[in-house]
Design a protein around this ligand. Structure first.
Ligand code: PLP
Length: 409
C-alpha cells in the first residue's frame, strides 16, 4: 500500500544527514560531556558546536541556549522558572486560549497554586490581538506567554508586536515583566529571530525539524533570572541538571544548521504542495471550512473542517488507505472532545469535531498530494452517506430547491 505521511506538525523523520552525524556519538565518541578526560572533552566540544548551531537558528548567543528534553520541558522551565523567580513582584500571567497543552497545563497548574492567569481570546482568524494584551497587562503581571505559531491551525501570532510592548513597559519601569514564546512549530519553517521578536525566552523542539525526539532547547536572554526546575547537577550552567544526551544534541545541531540553510527552499516547497492540496479540496469537496488566517500561517499546514462528519472517523478511514493526518479532538471517556483551538475560532462543536490537520514536509511530493486528492473526496463522501446530519441537510436542501420562488422575496 502507498503510504503518505502528512503529519509533520506531530513529528518529522530524522534526516539521513542528521543520523550520519549523530551515530559516532553513540559508538565511538561516547564520553560524558562533564568528564575531564579525552572522551569527555570530545563530547563537550560536540555539545558546544551544536549549541552554536541551535543559537544561530534563532539569532541568539550560544550561552543563552539551554539544552533539555524537548518543547514540553522548555515550556515548563520557562513558565515555572519565571513565575517562581518573579513571585515577589507579582503572580499574574497572560497567555492565549490556543496554546499547546505544554503551556496550558503549566498555566493551569500555577493557577491552582495561587497565580492568576488571563487567557486571551483569538478571533475567527485564529490570531491574538495586541490591544487585548495591553488591556490584560497589570502592575503584577510577570509573564506574557504567547506561542509564535499554533500547532493545529498554524496561525502566526504577533509576538514581535507584543515584544515591543513588553520592552516599552519594562523601559517605563515595569522591570519584572518577561515575554516567553513557544516557537516549537515555527522554528525551521519560518524565520525566527529573538531580537526581532523581542522575546526573553523561546522554546524549541528538535523532532519538529528532522532530528530525534527527546531533545530541545530553551533560549534565555542574558540577564533573565529563572528558578531551575530540574536540580541535582551542574550541567547547562546550573539551569538544567542531568547528563547531556550528546548524540541527540549533536543531531539537533546539524538539523538546526540544515533548517537554517534550507529554510527558504523547504518553505517554498511545502507551501506549493499545501496550496495545490487546498485548491484541490475546494474544487472537489463541498461543505468544507478552512480554519485559520489564510495568509498569516505556517506554509506547511492546512486545517480543514468537514461538515457533517467526525474528524476522528475520517482520520481512521484515511489511515486504512495509507495516509497519516491528525485531528485536534481528543478522545476522553469514550466521547470526542471538540478541539479547543477550533472552538476558540468561534466555530461550533460540529465544525470543531470535524476538523483535520494536514501538515506537509520537505520530502512530500506532488504525487503525494495527488494521491490524497484521489482518496480524500471519496472518504468524505462515504462517511457523509452514513451521517444522519448530512442526510437531513441534503433533504432540507432538496426541499428548498423545489420551493417556488416568491416574487419580491
Ligand atoms: C507548539 C508546541 N509546543 C510544544 C510541543 C511539545 O514539544 P515536545 O514534543 O518536544 O515535548 C509541541 C509538540 O507537539 C508543540 O507543537
Amino acid at each position: 500500500m502507498r503510504r503518505v505521511y502528512l503529519d509533520h506538525s506531530a513529528t518529522t523523520p530524522v534526516d539521513p544527514r542528521v543520523v550520519e552525524a549523530m551515530l559516532p556519538y553513540l559508538t565511538e565518541i561516547y564520553g560524558n560531556a562533564s568528564s575531564v578526560h579525552h572522551f569527555g572533552q570530545e563530547a563537550r566540544a560536540a555539545v558546544d558546536r551544536a549549541r552554536h548551531e541551535v543559537a544561530a537558528l534563532i539569532g541568539a548567543r550560544p550561552n543563552e541556549t539551554v539544552f533539555l528534553s524537548g518543547g514540553t520541558e522548555a515550556n515548563n522551565l520557562a513558565i515555572r522558572g519565571i513565575a517562581e523567580a518573579a513571585e515577589q513582584h507579582g503572580r499574574h500571567i497572560i497567555t492565549s486560549q490556543i496554546e499547546h497543552s505544554a503551556v496550558r497545563g503549566v498555566c493551569d497548574a500555577l493557577e491552582k497554586r495561587g497565580w492568576e492567569v488571563t487567557r486571551l481570546p483569538v478571533y475567527d482568524d485564529g490570531i491574538v490581538r495586541v490591544e487585548d494584551v495591553i488591556e490584560a497587562l497589570r502592575d503584577d503581571t510577570v509573564l506574557v506567554t504567547v506561542m509564535l505559531a499554533n500547532n493545529e491551525i498554524g496561525t502566526i501570532q504577533p509576538v514581535a508586536e507584543i515584544g515591543r510592548l513588553v520592552r516599552e513597559r519594562r523601559a517605563a519601569g515595569h522591570r519584572h515583566l518577561w515575554l516567553h514564546t513557544d516557537a516549537v512549530q515555527a522554528a525551521g519553517r519560518i524565520p525566527v529571530g529573538v531580537e526581532a521578536l523581542g522575546c526573553d525566552l523561546l522554546s524549541l523542539s528538535a523532532h519538529k525539524l528532522y532530528a530525534p525526539k527527546g531533545v530541545g532547547a530553551l533560549y534565555v536572554r542574558r540577564g533573565v533570572r529563572l528558578v531551575t526546575q530540574n536540580v541535582g547537577g551542574h550541567q547547562e550552567r546550573e539551569r538544567r541538571a542531568g547528563t547531556e544526551s550528546v548524540a541527540s544534541i549533536v543531531a539537533f545541531g546539524v538539523a538546526a544548521e540544515l533548517a537554517r540553510t534550507e529554510l527558504d527552499a523547504r518553505a517554498e516547497h511545502v507551501r506549493r504542495l499545501r496550496d495545490r492540496f487546498e485548491r484541490g479540496v475546494a474544487q472537489s469537496i463541498e461543505d468544507v471550512v478552512f480554519n485559520g488566517d489564510a495568509a498569516r500561517r505556517l506554509p506547511h499546514l492546512s486545517n480543514i473542517s468537514f461538515r457533517y462528519i467526525e474528524g476522528e472517523g475520517l482520520l481512521i478511514n484515511l489511515d486504512l488507505q495509507g495516509i497519516a493526518v491528525s485531528t485536534g479532538s481528543a478522545c476522553s471517556s469514550g466521547s470526542l472532545e471538540p478541539s479547543p483551538v477550533i472552538r476558540a475560532l468561534g466555530r461550533n462543536d460540529e465544525l470543531a469535531r470535524g476538523s483535520i490537520r494536514f501538515s506537509f514536509g520537505k520530502d512530500n511530493t506532488e504525487e503525494d498530494v495527488d494521491y490524497m486528492l484521489e482518496v480524500l473526496p471519496r472518504a468524505v463522501e462515504n462517511l457523509r452517506r452514513l451521517s444522519p446530519l448530512y442526510q437531513r441537510a441534503q433533504a432540507e436542501r432538496a426541499a428548498c430547491e423545489t420551493q417556488p420562488v416568491v416574487a419580491g422575496n
